[in-house]
Design a protein around this ligand. Structure first.
Ligand SMILES: Cc1cc2nc3c(=O)[nH]c(=O)nc-3n(C[C@H](O)[C@H](O)[C@H](O)COP(=O)(O)OP(=O)(O)OC[C@H]3O[C@@H](n4cnc5c(N)ncnc54)[C@H](O)[C@@H]3O)c2cc1C
Ligand code: SF4
Length: 531
C-alpha cells in the first residue's frame, strides 16, 4: 500500500492486513529558540521516516525566574511552530509543560522520546547556550545512539569563521569585524568601498527627540485563543515571576513577526539613526525595531531583516545614516557578541576584572526608586519585557557598573527580565559591554557616564527629585558621585586607558577633600540601599 509522505499512521480496516508503521529513522530535537523552518537540523527532514521532538520543560522556565511575557512568548511561539510543521504533514512529538509524565529536563524528555520512538539517530542544531551544549554532548553516550549536532547557520558568521578571524589578533574590536562582514555580504558596498564614503555615520546619529515630537505608536498583535491558553497557563503557573503579563507585547508566529518588521521598516527606520540614542519619558520603544525576540527565537532571519533595511535605502524610503546604523547593530554587534561568547566560554563568565562585589539593589525588581531614569527603565521593562538599547546600556547597565554590582547578580537580572535574553547574547553584552568584567575583551573602555550624559540624551532629569548638576550634597544626582567614586575605586586599573584619559585628568585636578566628599557620598548611598 502506498501511503502519502507525512500522512499519519492509522489502523487499517481489514483485520488481515497490518500496514507497516515506518521505523523512526531520525529524531530531530528542536529547541524553543530554533523556530525556523530552514533550521539546519530540519533541512533534510523526511516526513515519513523522521519525527520532530519539541518539549516544554520546567527546568528551562525556572532555572532563572523569567519575566512572565518571556515565558509566554516562547511557549506560544513553540506551539505555533509545531502546528505549522504538523500542517505541512510533518510528525511532531510535542510535550507540554502540564503533561504529567514530563520530566522537565531536555535530557529526561529526550530519553523518554527515544524509548517511545526507538530512532536510529538524533539530530539537533547547536544551542545558544554553553550549558545546553554541554548537556547535548552527553546525549550520545546516555542514549547509546549517534547524535549529530549541526552548526546554527542562521548567523552571517559561523563560530569557526569568527574563531579564525579572532585568532592571533591582539584586540578584538567590533568595528573591524563589522567591516569584514560588510565586505563579505556586500551590504552597502560599492566594490571595496563603503557606500557614502564612510563606514559609519554616528556623528549624525546622536540627536535628542525635539520637544512635542510624536513617535509613531507601535501596534500590538491581537490575542487569539492559542495565545490566550498560554497566557492563562503562565498566569497560573508563574504568577509570582517578575513583570506584567498583560497587555502582552509580542507577536508569536512568523506572520506576526513579519508584520512587525514591515511596520518598523515603513514607519520608524527612516528616523532610527537620528534617534537611536534618545530616551524619553513614556516612550518605551522610540524608533527602535523591537524585533530582537523574533530574531533570537527564529521567527525572523537576520538576512531578511538586513535585506529589508537595505532595500528601504535603495528605494529612498530611508536615509543612509539610518540604514547603516541599523545594519551595524545586526551585522556588527549581534554577530560580534555571539563570536565573543563562543570563543571565550566557559571561562568568560567567571572573570571579574573590576572586582565588583555589591548585591543587586531591591529596586531593580520593584522599580521603587527616586532616580527617575531608573524608574522609567525598570517600569518599561516590567510592562513589556523590553527596554531599548540605551536604557539597557546607559541607565540600568551604567548604574550597575558605577555601583560595582557583582557580575553574576546583574547578569541574572538581564537574563530574567528581557524577552530577547539568551545566554549567547545577554552575557557578552552585560559582562563585557556594560561591566567591563572581561578586562576589555569586548570593548576598549567601560561605558561609564555621569548624570550629564543622561540629561543630554533624555528628559528624565527634568522631573527627577535629584539635581543632575550637583556632584555632592543635598539632592545631588547619584549618577554623579557614583561616577567619580567609580573612577577613584578603579584608578589603578583604568587610569592609563587612553579612552578615559579626560575624566582622569579632571579627577587629577581635584583636591583630596573633594575626592573624599565624593567617596563619602557614595558610601552613604550604598549604606542607604543596604549594599
Ligand atoms: C546590557 C545589555 C544587555 C542586552 N541584552 C540583550 C539580550 O539579552 N538579547 C538581545 O537580543 N540583545 C541584547 N542587548 C542588545 C540590544 O539592547 C537589544 O538587542 C535591543 O535593545 C533589542 O531591541 P530592538 O529589536 O528594538 O533593537 P534595535 O535597537 O532596533 O536594533 C536592531 C537589532 O540589532 C540587534 N542588536 C542591537 N544591538 C545589539 C547588541 N549589542 N547585541 C546583540 N544584538 C544587538 C538586535 O537583534 C536588534 O533587534 C543588550 C544590550 C545591553 C547593553
Ligand atoms: S537627575 Fe540623576 S537620577 Fe535623576 S534622572 Fe537625572 S541622571 Fe537619573
Amino acid at each position: 500500500m502506498n501511503r502519502q509522505r507525512g500522512q499519519s499512521v492509522t489502523k487499517h480496516a481489514t483485520p488481515f492486513y497490518n500496514p507497516p508503521v515506518p521505523m523512526i529513522q531520525t529524531l530531530r530535537f528542536v529547541l524553543g529558540d530554533q523556530l525556523t523552518r530552514s533550521l539546519s537540523s530540519l533541512r533534510d527532514l523526511d516526513p515519513v521516516q523522521d519525527i520532530v521532538l519539541m518539549v516544554e520543560v520546567g527546568a528551562e522556565t525556572t532555572y532563572v525566574r523569567h519575566h512572565k511575557q518571556k515565558i509566554a512568548f516562547v511557549l506560544a511561539a513553540m506551539r505555533g511552530f509545531a502546528k505549522s510543521l504538523a500542517d505541512e504533514g510533518i510528525r511532531v512529538d510535542y510535550v507540554k509543560l502540564d503533561d504529567p509524565a514530563n520530566t522537565h529536563s531536555f535530557t529526561g524528555e529526550l530519553k523518554r522520546a527515544v524509548a517511545r520512538h526507538k530512532p536510529a539517530r538524533i539530530v539537533a542544531t547547536e544551542p545558544g547556550e554553553y550549558r545546553v551544549l554541554d548537556m547535548m554532548r552527553a546525549w550520545s553516550r546516555m542514549n547509546d545512539l549517534p547524535v549529530e549536532i549541526r552548526d546554527d547557520d542562521r548567523f552571517f558568521c559561523s563560530r569557526a569563521e569568527f574563531a579564525a578571524w579572532a585568532a592571533n589578533r591582539q584586540s578584538l574590536r567590533m568595528e573591524f569585524f563589522y567591516r569584514e562582514m560588510r565586505r563579505k555580504t556586500g551590504y552597502l558596498m560599492q566594490g571595496e568601498a563603503p557606500v557614502g564614503g564612510a563606514w559609519n555615520f554616528d556623528s549624525e546619529n546622536r540627536k535628542t527627540l525635539p520637544r512635542g515630537h510624536r513617535v509613531p505608536v507601535r501596534r500590538r498583535p491581537a490575542v487569539d485563543p492559542a495565545l490566550r491558553a498560554v497566557l492563562d497557563l503562565v498566569a497560573a503557573r508563574f504568577g509570582d515571576h517578575f513583570g506584567d503579563l498583560e497587555p502582552f507585547a509580542w507577536a508569536t508566529d512568523r506572520a506576526g513577526a513579519l508584520a512587525a518588521l514591515r511596520e518598523f521598516i515603513g514607519e520608524r527606520l527612516h528616523l532610527f539613526g537620528d534617534y537611536q540614542d534618545a530616551m524619553k519619558s513614556g516612550e518605551d520603544f522610540v524608533y527602535h525595531a523591537v524585533i530582537s525576540p523574533y530574531l533570537n527565537a527564529g521567527l525572523l532571519s537576520a538576512r531578511e531583516v538586513c535585506d529589508a533595511a537595505v532595500n528601504a535605502w535603495r528605494d529612498s524610503t530611508a536615509p543612509l545614516n539610518a540604514v547603516e546604523g541599523f545594519l551595524r547593530q545586526i551585522l556588527g554587534w549581534r554577530e560580534f557578541v555571539r563570536g565573543i561568547y563562543w570563543t571565550r566560554m566557559p571561562d568568560y563568565a567567571a572573570t571579574n576584572y573590576l572586582n565588583a562585589r555589591r548585591r543587586l539593589p531591591e529596586f531593580f525588581w520593584s522599580g521603587d526608586t527616586k532616580m527617575n531614569c531608573l524608574r522609567e527603565t525598570i517600569g518599561a521593562t516590567r510592562r513589556n519585557a523590553y527596554a531599548h538599547h540605551i536604557q539597557r546600556l546607559m541607565i540600568a547597565g551604567n548604574f550597575a557598573l558605577l555601583a560595582g554590582i557583582a557580575p553574576a547578580e546583574i547578569e541574572e537580572w538581564y537574563l530574567i527580565v528581557y524577552a530577547d535574553a539568551y545566554d549567547w547574547v545577554e552575557l557578552p553584552n552585560v559582562h563585557g559591554m556594560v561591566l567591563h568584567a572581561d578586562g576589555g575583551v569586548l570593548g576598549s573602555k567601560p561605558y561609564a557616564a555621569s548624570g550629564a550624559y543622561i540629561d543630554r540624551m533624555s528628559d528624565y532629569c527634568k522631573t527627577c527629585v535629584y539635581d543632575r548638576r550637583k556632584r555632592v550634597g543635598e539632592g545631588a544626582c547619584p549618577f554623579n558621585f557614583l561616577y567619580w567614586n567609580f573612577l577613584i575605586e578603579n584608578e589603578p586599573k583604568l587610569a592609563r586607558n587612553p579612552r578615559i584619559a579626560m575624566p582622569y585628568r579632571t579627577l587629577g585636578a581635584m583636591t583630596p577633600t573633594e575626592r573624599e566628599s565624593l567617596r563619602a557620598a557614595a558610601s552613604a548611598f550604598f549604606e542607604s540601599l543596604g549594599l
